[in-house]
Design a protein around this ligand. Structure first.
Ligand code: 2U9
Length: 344
């Protein structure tokens, strides 16, 4: 029996040492030390031994069990340690790795330009006025000296919703509404940014929806020279101090006299290039002195009050400022285009 136990011990220890993982160790433990194992079987047979033999064999069984258990514990500890080490290796943080890029996003170039223009005029004492994009015919046309039948309010150019309601074709109705609220008392000094809608075919320079920024100053003694000074300041701040402006006669129903305003070419400095079509000048906006009819319709005494107004397309300004060659880039949301502008 003693030899049998010795044999079992050696066999078990050999298997424990050859085990490849914790699962195999557990199986060996059950196989040798479990209730159905050979050692338990030996212990069961001890009843048949003599009184002298029993404590001797019992002692040997205890030693064999203890040695197998010790070997098992040693190997379990080894595997557990190896497992911990592997896990630590796997979860090691390489503090020298570069961090993940955080996408912060940026303003849409059009938003950036509109905000820049707003800031510029706020700095010159203007306030921002807004109004509805779905507008009454009266404010969009009539109040701006464009009576029914006037060629400039051609049905072809406007999105009508009913006979009297349309999508505004310019932000001028905001000025008309604001003047009405002043009840004939100046000053009115506002800029009106916002979306406008025209039944145009979209191409590189036209869009059926675009952003306008218009301005209006109505007070006593407002002169054309005030308009020129304000627009010159705007042009220099927006396109560089070395820019000049020039005013060319034009016609708008709501202003008299009316002008178109050119800026000296920011590409060639005025010597002539492809951008300015060899003229040295680029048109950036329209303007004029508010027509007396418009003042009167808004409740202002045109003998006491005069005013100037101007209007520009924000896309055109952004295209000139950033060298964008197609207005549709602003609406197609191609991130390759939008990302170029960074946080402006
Ligand atoms: C009131 C009185 C007068 C606004 C004006 C222009 C000239 C003008 C165009 C520029 C390019 C429109 O976006 S565009 O196509 N605008 O040329 N706008 S004066 O005059 C007003 C507005 C409101 C009560």
């Amino acid at each position: 029996m003693k030899e049998r136990l010795e044999q079992l011990k050696l066999e078990a220890i050999e298997k424990v040492e050859a085990a490849a993982n914790l699962k195999e160790l557990q199986d060996i433990k059950v196989a040798y030390l479990g209730k159905k194992g050979p050692i338990t079987e030996v212990m069961r047979g001890m009843g048949k031994l003599s009184a002298e033999e029993r404590p001797v064999v019992g002692q040997i069984v205890n030693v064999v069990r203890a040695e197998i258990t010790a070997k098992l514990d040693e190997m379990v500890a080894k595997f557990e340690q190896a497992e911990v080490e592997a896990k630590l290796r796997e979860e090691t943080i390489d503090v020298t790795l570069p961090g993940r890029k955080v996408n912060t996003g940026n303003h849409h170039p059009l938003t950036a330009v509109v905000e820049e223009i707003e800031d510029l005029f706020l700095g010159m004492g203007f306030t921002i006025a807004e109004g509805p994009e779905v507008e009454q015919d009266y404010y969009n046309f009539e109040a701006l000296n464009l009576p029914k039948g006037h060629p400039a309010r051609d049905m072809q150019d406007s999105f009508y919703i009913t006979e009297d309601i349309l999508l505004r074709t310019h932000t001028s109705p905001v000025q008309a509404r604001t003047m009405g609220k002043h009840e004939g008392k100046g000053p009115v000094k506002i800029i009106c940014p916002g979306s406008v809608y025209r039944r145009d075919s979209d191409d590189a320079t036209h869009s059926h929806q675009f952003m306008q920024i218009e301005g209006l100053l109505v007070d006593e003694n407002v002169r054309m020279s005030d308009l020129k000074g304000i627009l010159e300041t705007f042009a220099k701040k927006m396109f560089g101090e070395e820019r000049d402006i020039r005013l060319r006669p034009s016609f708008f129903p709501f202003t008299e006299p009316s002008v178109e305003v050119d800026i000296s070419c920011m590409m060639c400095g005025g010597s002539g290039c492809n951008v300015c079509k060899k003229t040295g000048w680029i048109e950036i906006l329209g303007a004029g002195m508010v027509h007396p009819n418009v003042l009167e319709m808004a409740g202002f005494d045109s003998k006491k009050y005069t005013g100037f107004a101007f209007g520009m397309g924000a896309e055109r300004i952004a295209m000139l400022k950033y060298g964008v060659d197609d207005i549709r880039h602003f609406y197609t949301n191609d991130t390759r285009f939008l990302k170029q502008f960074g946080r402006v």
